[in-house]
Each structure stands twice: as C-alpha cells, then as structure tokens.
Design a protein around this ligand. Structure first.
Ligand SMILES: C[S@@+](CC[C@H](N)C(=O)[O-])C[C@H]1O[C@@H](n2cnc3c(N)ncnc32)[C@H](O)[C@@H]1O
Length: 157
C-alpha cells in the first residue's frame, strides 16, 4: 500500500465498471487510507465502516482506559519533541515503524526526560495467534527484542 497514487488510479479504473470495497486493517480513519480517499472522492460518494484500531486493541489488552491518553504516530513520521514531553502520569499510546521502534522510541523518550523506570507496554501482532505483549521499563526495552510494527503504551511515573 506504499504507492497511494497507484491505488487511487486503480480505484478510478474499477469504479468505471463496478462498486469497489477497500479493505484495510484497523480503523480506516486512523493513519490509514481514508485521508487519501477523501482527497480523491467526495465523502458522500462512499461509506466508511469503522474497525478496531490497533491502539484501541492495545489499551483493551492492557485493561487500561484510553480517554486520558495522548495518541501519537511514529509510523513514517516523527512527532515534535514538544508532543513527547514528560509529565507525571502522562500516558502515551504510539504507533511505531521500522525506524522508530520499541528500542529507538524508548531511547528517545528517556533523552527527552522520561524516567528510565517508566512502565512501557510493547504490544505486537495484536489479534494474531503470535500476539506478544511485553510489560517492561523504558530502560529495559533497550535490550529487549526490538518490535518494529507495534503499539507502545508508556506511562509516566
Ligand atoms: C499505518 S498504521 C495503521 C493503523 C491502523 N489504521 C489502525 O487503526 O490500527 C500501521 C501501524 O499500526 C500499528 N499496528 C497495526 N496493526 C497492528 C497489530 N496487529 N499489532 C500491533 N500494532 C499494529 C503498528 O504501529 C503499525 O506500524
């Protein structure tokens, strides 16, 4: 799905002949294809069926309410330092990628002042048979197995 212009071209082509269903994982409106589709097609021309976001899934697995959490994405982007500021009891829920993964994000947060003992949950392959949820600290996450595509939930001490 990296080549979004090609996906849009294919959509236009298929729509000349029949209706089209676009399936994505998680929720289509959360760092997903909905943005691009809205730029290409008027919103009244399609309907969106919500899905369970990996973030929502992670908080559920951790039995943690997420209404007070700040949600950020490191997937192909990097939030500003100001968005990552440490505050006691602040909760961050983060999407990750290959570059910004469980190790590099833990390192970055500590560099920005998060206590090394802050609890972090690294939630990978959620909903799959090999789902993995690791509860550790920012410091220990540096030497734990690196997870690239996961949800990290960090709680400030
Ligand atoms: C482009 S975003 C898409 C998010 C998706 N729209 C959602 O609502 O979950 C991709 C990122 O979501 C996270 N992600 C997607 N599926 C996941 C899963 N099954 N387990 C853990 N994280 C997942 C990872 O951080 C991944 O790099």
């Amino acid at each position: 799905m990296g080549d979004i212009p090609a996906v849009m071209t294919a959509l236009h082509e298929h729509l000349k002949k029949h209706d089209v269903v676009v399936m994505v994982s998680g929720d289509p409106g959360y760092y997903s294809l909905l943005d691009a589709i809205r730029r290409e097609f008027p919103p009244e021309s399609f309907s969106v069926i919500p899905g369970i976001s990996a973030v929502q899934f992670a908080f559920a697995r951790l039995a943690l309410p997420w209404h007070d959490a700040d949600l950020l994405s490191f997937h192909g982007r990097r939030p500003d330092d100001e968005e990552l500021t440490y505050r006691p009891r602040r909760i961050l829920g983060m999407l990750t990628d290959t570059k910004y993964n469980s190790q590099t994000i833990s390192e970055l947060l500590m560099r920005l002042g998060w206590p090394p003992d802050s609890i972090v949950a690294v939630c990978a392959r959620l909903s799959y048979a090999d789902e993995k949820i690791l509860r550790t600290t920012l410091q220990k996450a540096l030497t734990e197995e690196k997870e690239t595509h996961c949800v990290m939930v960090v709680t400030g001490l």
